[in-house]
Ligand binder design. Structure first.
Ligand code: MSP
Length: 640
């Protein structure tokens, strides 16, 4: 019997709206879960939000709300996003749920009673962004590796979990179960961390500093450290210790996280489970980061991508496909809209979409929309065998999916799509259709092609459930009972003969990059908006003298391929400015324009020309647009 399959995402902090990083993990989790449904396992998927701690208090304050109101609002954004992306979770947990709090208290008390929690004074380096203490060797140039800020020195009395006691046990577990943390690079990372003595974990925060948390059952002057609280969600959501779900699904769990939270999941969590007398989790699956221009996509860097924008622009299935196909699970990946468009145009529109409309087009034409009966074992004259190739594709797909190698699984499907396209070319059904005596052969060719499409529709189901359903509907599969179990997909043929199929649709229309990214896109995406600079007062702004100016003359500066020299009219005088826009504007284009100039900028010499002021323009690496006034104004008018 197939073992139950329990899969979790991290529970996301409610200090920011969901972005593409969170979306990737949650889609990957949904895909893995759907795949295990295909294997016939009983499955359970958990996601949710992590709501206690200093980070949330600060974000709530900034938004003028209480932590509770703020957490309610942001948590809802996460809960409402996932169904929009066809992610189906069985439970959405919030760490402010009473049932979760009760389990945290229960586990804390158990570990305390066992003697694994003690009280002590501690002085350490604390990062408020991460809400944890760091030791020197974890810092990079004395700064927090995630936030780039120096930690604060904090001295206070706190409760500590005797994590060090479980160091050897953890090393042994990782050595005995090479599969516990995957891919192997992350297991090795944890093992190498464990080469140094493990420090005990500070698991409390004094209420004098933080109240938004779960009060310790053995000392009401303290709340629980947010990670100790959060990790427990994975068992509290199942109704630990006596719940039916807990009994069924624990420890058959796969935790999916990115590498940023490897340490809490690879070290704190297994030792906490051990101390609480709960079986160790089965697998920790660790993926890399989605980067934008070499930096991790994150709220603090202000370079996040909105999943709803992507869904509305490209469709849910296309985004799910892109994310699963583009990232090699475990490694970092670069995000750009250009790569989404390339994937859609080549893999979805060209390969899959074309094959689907090509095959169904011929089927409707040559068979008047009625499924032919054919001999699935008939040996064709052609050296191609879609039936046995399908078995190979299914096996390769499963092997990759078992290892969370989503990209490889999709490559296996697309290789099969390639074979099907080749099969069409080689068998040339349009030639067979011309000869009466080739009728049987034509039945076989089209019959096999329809079956091949059915296999493809089944295999893409976990990644693109909507497309799978559309394909199956047009292949005459019962919409009420999708044929997505691996066992059923393997059976050939499956499509009931003699039924009339509905006319085909286009699965993925091609996308013109310019319509989405604009003419400047020519193969390159726009840069994400840079973070907004720190606030300034009006007084500071009023020292910046911005004026309307008319361009009287413009010319190139010899030997400076980026610079233009402009003579501008500022109402009561003219002056010269130099602008680095020669790559984007010809001198003629600028003459007569009413531009905006920073008039009180200190003069500077550029390539021997003194520039008295600076024009304003929106500038990116590959695009530039000079700011102009959209109504006539006298030169010299001030902008405020
Ligand atoms: N609340 C903790 C997790 C507690 S789990 C018991 C937390 N929350 S988080 O909101 O910061 O989410 C971190 C997770 O979001 C990452 O581990 C990853 O799953 C996802 N990602 C956030 N940014 C990401 C990228 N740029 N790239 C890939 N995944 C990203 O940590």
């Amino acid at each position: 019997m197939t073992a139950p399959f329990y899969i979790t995402t991290p529970i996301y902090y409610v200090n920011a709206k969901p972005h593409l990083g969170h979306t990737y993990t949650t889609i990957a989790t949904d895909v893995a879960r759907r795949y295990h449904d295909m294997l016939g396992a009983e499955t359970f998927m958990l996601t949710g939000t992590d709501e206690h701690g200093d980070k949330i208090v600060k974000a709530a304050e900034k938004n003028g709300q209480s932590p509770r109101e703020y957490a309610d609002r942001i948590s809802r954004l996460f809960a409402e996003l996932w169904p929009e992306l066809n992610i189906h979770c069985d439970h959405f947990i919030r760490t402010t749920d009473a049932s979760h709090i009760a389990v945290v208290i229960d586990i804390l008390q158990k570990i305390y009673d066992k003697g694994d929690i003690y009280y002590s004074e501690y002085e350490g380096l604390y990062c408020f962004g991460c809400e944890r203490f760091f030791n020197e060797r974890e810092l990079v140039d004395g700064k927090c590796p995630d936030h780039g800020t120096p930690p604060d020195v904090i001295k206070e009395s706190n409760y500590f979990f005797k994590m060090s006691r479980y160091q050897q046990w953890l090393i042994d577990s990782l050595t005995d179960n090479p599969d516990l943390i995957r891919p192997a690079r992350y297991r090795n990372e944890v093992l190498s961390f464990l080469k140094e003595p493990l420090e005990d974990l500070c698991i409390s925060r004094p209420k004098s500093r933080l109240q938004w948390g779960i009060t310790l059952p053995f000392d009401d002057r303290y709340v629980t450290y947010v990670w100790f609280d959060a990790l427990i969600n994975y068992v509290s959501a199942l109704g630990y210790p006596d719940g039916e779900h807990f009994k069924k699904f624990w420890p058959h769990v796969h935790h999916v996280v990115a590498k940023d939270i490897l340490k809490p999941h690879g070290i704190y969590w297994p030792t906490m489970l051990k101390a609480a007398g709960i079986d160790a989790y089965k697998h920790l699956m660790v993926h890399g980061y989605w980067n934008v221009e070499d930096s991790k996509m994150s709220k603090s860097l202000g370079n996040v991508v909105d999943p709803i924008y992507l869904k509305e622009t490209y469709s849910t299935d296309a985004i799910r496909y892109f994310l699963m196909r583009e990232m090699v699970f475990g490694l970092d990946s670069s995000f750009s809209e250009t790569s989404i468009i390339n994937r859609i145009n080549s893999d979805l529109a060209n390969d899959l979409g074309n094959l689907f409309s090509r095959v169904l087009g011929m089927f409707h034409k040559y068979f008047k929309s009625t499924v032919p009966e054919f001999d699935p074992d008939a040996k064709s004259d052609f050296q191609l065998d879609l039936k046995s190739d399908a078995q190979t594709a299914i096996s390769d797909f499963c092997k990759a999916m078992d290892n969370f190698e989503f990209h490889k699984a999709l490559v296996a499907v697309w290789e099969y799509i390639g074979k099907m396209n080749k099969y069409v070319d080689v068998t040339a059904p349009w030639e067979l259709a011309k000869k009466k005596e080739a009728k049987k052969q034509l039945d076989t060719v089209i019959g096999n092609l329809l079956e091949g499409l059915r296999v493809v529709s089944g295999l893409i189901y976990p990644v693109m459930p909507e497309t799978a359903a559309t394909m199956q509907k047009h292949l005459g599969m019962d919409a009420e009972k999708p044929f997505y179990r691996i066992r059923e997909i393997r059976e050939w043929p499956q499509i009931p003969p003699n039924q009339v199929l509905p006319k085909a649709v286009s699965l993925f229309p091609r996308i013109d990059p310019e319509t989405i990214l604009g003419p400047a896109a020519s193969g390159e995406t726009h840069e994400p908006a840079a973070p907004i600079e720190p606030e300034i007062g009006f007084e500071e702004f009023s020292r910046i003298d911005l004026r309307a100016a008319t361009v009287l003359k413009a010319e190139k500066i010899p030997k400076a391929d980026k610079l233009l020299k402009l003579e501008i009219d500022l109402g009561n005088h003219t002056r010269t400015i130099v602008a680095g826009i020669a790559k984007f504007y010809t001198p003629d284009e600028l003459i007569g324009k009413s531009i905006v100039v920073l008039a009180n900028l200190k003069p500077a010499k550029l390539m021997g020309v003194e520039s008295k002021g600076m024009l304003l323009a929106a500038v990116e690496k590959n695009a530039c647009s000079v700011a102009v006034l959209d109504r006539e104004m006298p030169a010299g008018a001030r902008l405020k």
